[in-house]
Design a protein around this ligand. Structure first.
Ligand code: SAM
Length: 221
């Protein structure tokens, strides 16, 4: 099966099932316009994230890794007008582009864009004792995924959902000898979910327009 087939199926699924409006399309296009990496979630993955948030009845969402705000728009729409999304981004240029996209999508008033290293920003939120988040989407640097999971556990409650993206890394996650920091981070993240008595979780590998990867979903017990 070729990667072209994966792309064709993604195009079909997205065409049939995903309502991407002008603001979402513009957010994706803005990455290329501003020279940002085009590594946002695929449209059907964005829709999946939004559905997860809705199924969980999420009102408060924390996202690590904003980029241009594409997934943030999906999440912000899912939490509704009374909801709140905090999204954390290291690169101020990415955060600026994201703010414009969130404005255009009509959700800027329900999103806080925090600029800085996620370990610091999220660590501060945990120290401040903010209200627990209903869903945490971990999509920043993959090497720190285990640390982000620990922080997410300090910032959630029983029933909260934690999602980690890009955990399969073209299959490399299964190779214990792979010493790439991102692969090691994803591997340790999955092992932590599997062994932590505070969590129920699983992971699925995916193919599609973004290649071969996967995501993990966990629920806080
Ligand atoms: N969630 C976005 C979406 O689907 O539209 C994509 C996020 S992209 C995969 C990862 C982002 O994490 C990049 O914008 C990158 O600058 C940011 N990032 C990398 N290291 C970070 C760190 N230590 N703290 C916060 N953000 C970081």
């Amino acid at each position: 099966i070729s990667e072209q087939s994966w792309r064709d199926v993604d195009a079909f699924l997205t065409g049939e099932l995903v309502e991407e409006d002008d603001a979402l399309r513009a957010a994706r296009a803005s990455e290329q316009e501003h020279g940002l990496p085009q590594i946002e979630v695929a449209p059907n993955q964005g829709a999946f994230l939004a559905l997860l948030a809705q199924v969980a009845g999420a009102r408060r969402v924390l996202e690590l890794g904003t980029l241009a705000g594409y997934s943030t728009i999906w999440l912000a729409r899912a939490v509704g007008a009374q909801g709140r999304v905090t999204t954390v981004e290291l690169d101020p240029r990415h955060a600026d582009v994201a703010r414009q996209n969130l404005e255009r999508a009509g959700v800027a008033d329900r999103v806080d864009v925090e600029v800085g290293p996620a370990l610091e920003v999220v660590g501060r939120l945990a120290d401040e004792g903010v209200e627990p988040y209903d869903l945490v989407f971990i999509d920043a640097d993959k090497a720190n995924m285990p640390a982000y999971l620990e922080l997410a556990l300090r910032l959630t409650r029983s029933g909260s959902v934690i999602v980690g993206d890009n955990v399969v890394r073209g299959g490399r996650v299964a190779d214990a000898a792979d010493d790439d920091p991102n692969v090691r981070g994803a591997r340790a993240f999955l092992q932590a979910i599997g062994s932590d008595p505070r969590l129920d979780g699983t992971a699925l590998q995916t193919v599609g327009s973004k290649g071969w990867d996967g995501f993990a979903v966990a629920r806080v017990r």
